[in-house]
Design a protein around this ligand. Structure first.
Ligand code: NAD
Ligand code: USQ
Length: 382
């Protein structure tokens, strides 16, 4: 298949582009490099040194003979997007290209507005572009489990059967997102669902949980192909942050009570889930929702798991409970359905001590790159 990976220079997009290319698909990356610019804005960095996109794709071609085309540009610029779609005529459009940090979206008004306009306008352009130039193209859009929030009932995959005043319907599952970023994903989901209904677009919304790890088989082939790995209080996600904190002698930063429970998955499963979605496209006009995570953990549980492995690796670490910079439930019910991807063939890489150990050992190699002043959370919800 011809597959566009938008956001293909990022944490999830880069390994996905490599994986799909290895599997024989013809891959083109779109990225405007805004994530690299955010590192400059925040005076932060990926703990792993990352090569430029050009160096990355050249190395991939040198090692495998497979060429990944690249288009540097912004999805919010419709003329640019139109040209790419006309040139590539993709069968599938994998859309990772959004501002993805909840804390970044909560820094101030400007960051909230950037997040929502970047994400919502970019996705609207993709929908119009598909309608205008490639109406059969399957949109594979990265949503998030955080669209649902933490309701006191089980979370279904996208839809909920409701009985109200004697009548029944299947309705979109209620959304209670917890940041302006997570809200941008809800707005996207509504826009995509509407576009499927009125224009017959085929779309899969992947409500992904928190991704951990950094390497896949492909990114490990050469240091130039290494993936980025975020640790700072703005872009670092919880499990990766805990592992990195343990290697630099920093306490593990559990926010509040630590009973916050989320869905998690290994980056190795992210790339496979995208392949599964691409190879099993939604029908014309169908707005399909998959919950893309493999296991549920509380933040407190994760801290204990990391503490144990770090100690075994001679990095004794304490767990500290910080005042929670977010507004979120710290003890709650959480039970989410995640059967659709497994039914289509996903065989999860589950979290165990050896997985944590492998990430930790990679991190140790680069730990001198950590800028310690960036480790504590900086953005407050209040
Ligand atoms: P990332 O920031 O590492 O990558 C996103 C990429 O998109 C970056 O390279 C950035 O430069 C690019 N981009 C952003 N806006 C763009 C625009 N307007 N035009 C062109 N390129 C643009 O993020 P990630 O961790 O790889 O996440 C990818 C997607 O997956 C996001 O949509 C995110 O919301 C979703 N997601 C991520 C996680 C996670 O734990 N990382 C979990 C659930 C969902
Ligand atoms: N947390 C801590 N300590 C930390 C960092 C986080 O206790 O040092 C807690 C947070 O308070 C939160 C939970 O861990 O309760 C998850 O936080 P996170 O930063 O790992 O993840 P989140 O902000 O939800 O965002 C990440 C990605 C985002 C994606 C989302 C999936 O950045 O792109 O959409 O995970 S989900 O959480 O399922 O919505």
């Amino acid at each position: 298949m011809k597959i566009i990976v938008a956001g293909g220079d990022g944490f999830c997009g880069w390994p996905t582009a490599l994986y799909l290319s290895k599997k024989g698909h013809e891959v083109a990356i779109i990225d405007n490099m805004v994530r690299r610019k955010m590192d400059q804005e925040l005076h932060s960095n990926s703990i792993t040194p990352i090569a430029s996109l050009e160096e990355r794709v050249n190395k991939w071609e040198e090692l495998t003979g497979k060429r990944i085309s690249t288009y540097e540009g912004d999805l919010t610029h419709y003329d640019f997007l139109s040209e790419v779609l006309k040139q590539e005529r993709p069968d599938a459009f994998v859309h990772f290209a959004e501002q993805r940090s909840a804390p970044y979206s909560m820094i101030d008004r400007e960051h909230a507005i950037f997040t929502q306009s970047n994400n919502v306008v970019g996705t609207l352009n993709v929908l119009y572009g598909i309608k205008e130039f490639v109406p059969d193209c399957h949109l594979i859009k990265l949503g998030t489990m955080g669209e649902y929030g933490t309701p006191n009932i089980p979370i279904e995959e996208g839809y909920l059967e409701v009985e109200h005043k004697g009548r029944k319907d299947v309705l979109p599952y209620p959304k209670q997102p917890g940041s302006f970023y997570h809200l941008s994903k809800v707005h996207d989901s509504h826009n995509i669902m509407f576009a499927c209904k009125i224009w017959g677009i085929r779309a899969t919304d992947l409500n992904q949980g928190v991704v951990y790890g950094l390497e896949t088989e492909e990114t490990q082939m050469d240091p130039v192909l290494t993936n980025r790995l975020d640790y700072d209080g703005v872009f670092g996600t919880v499990l990766n942050r805990f592992i990195i904190q343990s290697t630099i002698g920093h306490d593990l930063t559990v926010y509040g009570k630590g009973g916050q429970t989320r869905g998690f998955l290994n980056i190795k499963d992210t790339v496979r889930c995208i392949e599964i979605a691409a190879e099993n496209p939604a029908d014309k006009g169908e707005f399909r929702v998959f919950n893309q995570f493999t296991e549920e953990f509380s933040v407190g549980e994760l801290a204990e798991k990391v503490q144990k492995v770090a100690e075994e690796e001679s990095y004794p670490t304490a767990i500290t409970h910080l005042d929670n910079p977010r507004v979120e439930l710290e003890e709650h019910f959480f039970q989410a359905v995640n059967t659709k991807l497994k039914d289509l063939g996903l065989e999860p890489h589950l979290l165990n001590d050896n997985v944590i150990r492998e990430i930790l050992r990679t991190v140790i190699i680069h730990k001198s790159r950590v800028i310690e002043g960036n480790v504590l959370p900086q953005a407050s919800w209040k």
